[in-house]
Design a protein around this ligand. Structure first.
Ligand code: C2E
Ligand code: MG
Ligand code: MG
Ligand code: MG
Length: 280
């Protein structure tokens, strides 16, 4: 009996592993030509200023639709793109799209607006990255302060001089740096100061428990105080309820983003997006 169930457990795991390996191989295969086949689309998720209730900008989030695989999420395909060495052209595509969105936005609206683009650690290894950003800004005729880069703590953990160089070049260009997923890694005060970050983005996992769990609320409270003492603005990601929103406003959080306002959406929808719940 024990032997039989042991064998079943074994085969269960091997089947599962097989499935995982097959899916990974399929994603690799399909991903290689995806850019050329125009299978990517950049979606945008709005960010709202908690004091004024106005839209301060949006985060660019990449979407991939493949005829064979359907919709594949970035959490699944970005690591594969990094692994097979095509994250650089993909990252350039996202930046180009984001800049042309900014241009369209400026034509249609008057307010100050910023688009945030997520960066992979590997994009820092591309020594020409900062110059590429500079050229793209000039070509698109977009002011540098309208562009933000969201960087996770993992990038800083590399501890390499090229990372430092790239971050300081970007800072000198005048683009904004945002620490993404704050609280999940090991970033410290000294990092935030050393690399001249402008924004601190508190990870969704702390926001989801903020109303029920005292530990989460304490961490968020401390992060906001710390960020403000360093002159950083604070963004809460993953805000899903009115209760979370009003608590965050009470705690002095500056900006919020999440399904409560909107899920990420195509450029044309983002262009028309209006929000009026805050002032109600
Ligand atoms: P991230 O930068 O931390 O983005 C936040 C993720 O949380 C997004 O998932 C967003 O759709 C989701 N989200 C936002 N609000 C809520 C909410 O209220 N509830 C819930 N449950 N989720 C919410 P998404 O779009 O699947 O992206 C996942 C990750 O993939 C991103 O995490 C980012 O690390 C990466 N990624 C996305 N686009 C790009 C890109 O263009 N380049 C790079 N390098 N990475 C990207
Ligand atoms: Mg992000
Ligand atoms: Mg995040
Ligand atoms: Mg994340």
């Amino acid at each position: 009996q024990a032997k039989a169930s042991g064998r079943n457990t074994y085969s269960f795991f091997t089947y599962k592993m097989n499935d995982m390996i097959l899916r990974r191989l399929e994603i690799e295969g399909q991903l290689r030509g995806a850019l050329e086949r125009h299978e990517f689309e950049v979606y945008y998720q709005p960010k709202l200023d908690l004091k004024t209730g106005s839209v301060t900008g949006a985060e660019a989030l990449l979407r991939w639709h493949n005829p064979a695989l359907g919709q594949v999420g970035p959490d699944e395909f970005i690591p594969v793109a990094e692994h097979i060495g095509i994250i650089i052209p993909i990252g350039k595509y996202v930046l180009e799209q984001a800049l042309s969105f900014l241009l369209e936005w400026r034509k249609a609206h008057q307010q100050q607006y910023a688009i945030a683009v997520n960066l992979s650690p590997l994009q820092f290894r591309d020594r020409a990255f900062a110059s590429f950003v500079e050229e793209s800004l000039v070509n698109a005729n977009v002011r540098p302060e309208c562009l933000e880069f969201e960087i996770t703590e993992g990038v800083l953990m590399i501890g390499k001089s090229y990372v430092e160089e790239a971050l300081s070049k970007l800072h000198k260009l005048g683009v904004k740096l945002s620490m993404d997923d704050f609280g999940t890694g090991y970033s410290s005060l000294s990092y935030l100061r050393q690399y001249a970050f402008d924004l601190l983005k508190i990870d969704r996992s702390f926001i989801s428990g903020i109303c029920e769990k005292k530990e989460d609320r304490d961490l968020v409270t401390a992060a906001i105080a710390m960020a403000h003492s360093l002159d950083l603005r604070v963004i809460a990601e993953g805000v899903e309820t009115q209760e979370q929103l009003s608590l965050l406003a009470d705690l002095g959080c500056d900006i919020a983003q999440g399904y409560y306002f909107s899920k990420p959406m195509p450029a044309n929808e983002m262009m028309k997006f209006r929000y009026d719940k805050i002032s109600e």
